[in-house]
Design a protein around this ligand. Structure first.
Ligand SMILES: Nc1ncnc2c1ncn2[C@@H]1O[C@H](COP(=O)(O)OP(=O)(O)OP(=O)(O)O)[C@@H](O)[C@H]1O
Ligand SMILES: O=C(O)c1ccc[n+]([C@@H]2O[C@H](COP(=O)([O-])O)[C@@H](O)[C@H]2O)c1
Length: 212
């Protein structure tokens, strides 16, 4: 069965944490491809000042030479709010035989009950949760909302190529990656070097964006 990885984000801008997580899910779970999907109009935060087309261009640049990692522009082209539920349903309709394996970080996981049609969303694919510094999943699960904790308890399986299955949830075994787009933006605004944090530092510098 074809296995399509899906990793949505604001990518404002893309950083090595994103890239490493995409590689990790591709390699550990032997996914045929992983699509990085920059959001157009986010439903949950203000529209970033940097345009969707620009954030997509940086994602594309970051993925050059990365086997199996591809940029997907569907949310950038969408009018209106970009709900993950719609995105997964669209990709499923285009690839009816495929299993969708979608990834979110632990901070996003905690907010899942605020997402559009979140329970139904969990039925559309296999969800992977990536640990994040200050959001260690085991520790944080005791602080999950009861609804989310119950979904986790019912759906949780250890992640491996044999357990991948629609409607399940697993923790991705990934290194803790202490990097965020906020940190990249902050450093750029102070004119500091971000080449250790993002593969597109040259393009970010040339753009002059994030300099206040
Ligand atoms: N270092 C990281 N470790 C684990 N998950 C991450 C990491 N960085 C981003 N993610 C996850 O990737 C997805 C997209 O993240 P996003 O593009 O918002 O980056 P971010 O670094 O969280 O940005 P910002 O600092 O602007 O909030 C989210 O689900 C987020 O939890
Ligand atoms: O569908 C929703 O309701 C929804 C609510 C919040 C976030 N998301 C998606 O989650 C991904 C990560 O969001 P963010 O803000 O951490 O970049 C991104 O693809 C968003 O479109 C989706």
């Amino acid at each position: 069965m074809q296995k399509i990885g899906i990793f949505g984000g604001t990518f404002d801008p893309i950083h090595y944490g994103h890239l490493e997580l995409a590689r990790c899910m591709r390699d550990q779970l032997q996914l045929d491809e992983v699509r990085l999907i920059p959001t157009g109009l986010p439903p949950h935060r203000p529209m970033p000042p940097v345009s969707p087309a620009q954030r997509l261009a940086w994602v594309e640049a970051a993925l050059v030479g990365e086997k199996g990692l591809v940029a997907d522009d569907r949310e950038v082209r969408r009018d209106g709010f970009c709900y993950t539920f719609d995105t997964l349903r669209e990709i499923q309709a285009e690839n009816p035989q495929a299993l969708l394996v979608w990834l979110i970080g632990a901070d996003s996981w905690h907010n899942l009950p605020t997402w559009h049609r979140w329970r139904e969303l969990l039925d559309l694919g296999h969800l992977l949760i990536a640990a994040r510094p200050e959001y260690a999943i085991e520790a944080e699960n005791s602080r999950l909302s009861p609804d989310l904790a119950e979904e986790f308890a019912q759906r949780h399986v250890i992640a491996n190529t044999n357990t991948l299955s629609q409607g399940k949830i697993s923790l991705l075994s990934s290194p803790l990656l202490p990097v965020s787009s906020t940190q990249v933006r902050d450093l750029l605004s102070r004119g500091e070097d971000v080449s250790a944090l993002t593969p597109v530092s040259g393009l970010l510098g040339q753009s002059g964006l994030y300099r206040f």
